[in-house]
Design a protein around this ligand. Structure first.
Ligand SMILES: NC(=O)c1ccc[n+]([C@@H]2O[C@H](COP(=O)([O-])OP(=O)(O)OC[C@H]3O[C@@H](n4cnc5c(N)ncnc54)[C@H](OP(=O)(O)O)[C@@H]3O)[C@@H](O)[C@H]2O)c1
Length: 319
């Protein structure tokens, strides 16, 4: 429970009455709650949307339907589901509109499912709706060992692209390789622009950048003629300014990616994207990584680790 926006360590575990399913709602018995960068920003009051405390963070979960409200069709008690909660996911139970539910694909465990939607939808949206990636193209992924990074590698490989992964540690680069990256760059110690050009034989076609900061400009300069640079996030904390001549040169395109805003403006198209995502998981084209599982009590520590760059892959909280 977050009682006031501010430091992560003021999050507290509290016993409350279980929620009830109102009309059109479903109560989900949470088996795993995905931990996302945005959850930490919400708690600290650092996101563009500031929730009013008190609230429980947690924007996506996987679990089992425990109760159905009036008027809900298509789901029944006992169904395995993914729920896009927005807030409230770090809990044993959460009430959500039935519209926020997705059926959990057979064969996918609660852990990987709880961390699926935000990272993978962002990746799929980036590579298919914003920068259309074609078979055989080179995709350079920054922050490649993070949630969005690994998902982007997985989706890029499924689309037939070739991936160069850039990250800060051996652990993160190993995770990126295991996900399908063909080549890696340790961007804190190697020259990102030079290595990316060498590895791709002259320049990459697409850059996916969820990190920002000092690595963005060298990555942009590593794109070949007609290259696309996707601006996804600023996990490094600083928003880079790039010289516009670098966009003129080589006929490059800079592409903004705001999946969250798009889900609000284009809900039908987003349902289509989510359907596509679940089908790709069911067909075995995508491989959501097994997350590190931590108890609910560890929420503040896990968020601090995520925001301080100490996490490889995904973490979920298990009530
Ligand atoms: N645009 C959208 O629609 C959209 C959707 C989802 C997420 N996002 C944004 O994308 C970003 C990444 O999300 P994520 O879920 O992939 O997060 P994540 O799992 O924490 O990964 C972020 C990566 O950024 C790198 N990084 C570099 N400097 C950092 C710093 N000072 N602090 C923290 N990380 C740093 C880290 O990799 P290295 O240590 O290897 O550098 C880390 O693995 C966030 O800013 C998030 O808000 C945007």
């Amino acid at each position: 429970m977050c009682r006031s926006l501010g430091p992560l360590d003021q999050l507290e575990l509290e016993d409350t009455a279980d929620p009830e399913a109102g009309p059109g709602q479903v109560v989900v018995d949470v088996h795993a709650a995905g931990v996302n960068y945005v959850d930490g920003l919400f708690v600290q009051g650092l996101y563009q949307i500031k929730p009013a405390p008190p609230f429980t963070p947690g924007s996506e979960v996987a679990g089992v339907v425990a109760e159905i409200g009036d008027g809900v069709t298509g789901f029944a008690a006992g169904d395995r589901v993914i729920a896009m909660t927005g807030l409230g996911g770090y809990a044993t139970h959460v009430a959500v509109p039935a519209l926020a539910l997705l059926p959990l694909p057979d064969g996918l465990d609660f852990g990987p499912a709880a961390g699926l939607v935000q990272s993978y939808s962002t990746a799929l949206f980036t590579l298919t709706r914003r920068a259309t990636v074609r078979t055989g193209e080179w995709v350079l992924v920054l922050g490649a060992g993070g949630g969005v990074g690994l998902a982007t590698i997985d989706v890029a490989c499924a689309l037939g692209a070739r991936v160069i992964a850039a990250a800060s540690t051996d652990d993160k680069l190993a995770a990126a390789t295991a996900m399908g990256a063909e080549a890696t760059i340790a961007y804190e110690t190697e020259d990102l622009k030079t290595r990316a050009r060498e590895l791709s034989g002259g320049g990459v076609d697409v850059v996916v950048d969820p990190v920002g900061g000092a690595h963005s400009e060298p990555a942009l300069r590593a794109t070949r003629f007609g290259g696309r640079f996707c601006v996804v996030g600023f996990a490094a904390g600083s928003i880079p300014k790039v010289p516009l001549n670098q966009i003129l040169l080589n006929n490059r395109t800079v592409v903004g990616v705001d999946w969250g805003a798009w889900t609000v403006r284009a809900p039908d198209e987003n349902r289509e994207l989510l359907g596509e995502l679940l089908r790709m998981v069911e067909d075995g084209q995508l491989h959501p990584p097994a997350p590190t599982e931590c108890p609910l009590e560890d929420a503040a520590r896990v968020l601090a680790d995520l925001l301080d760059r100490r996490v490889t892959g995904k973490v979920v909280l298990v009530p």
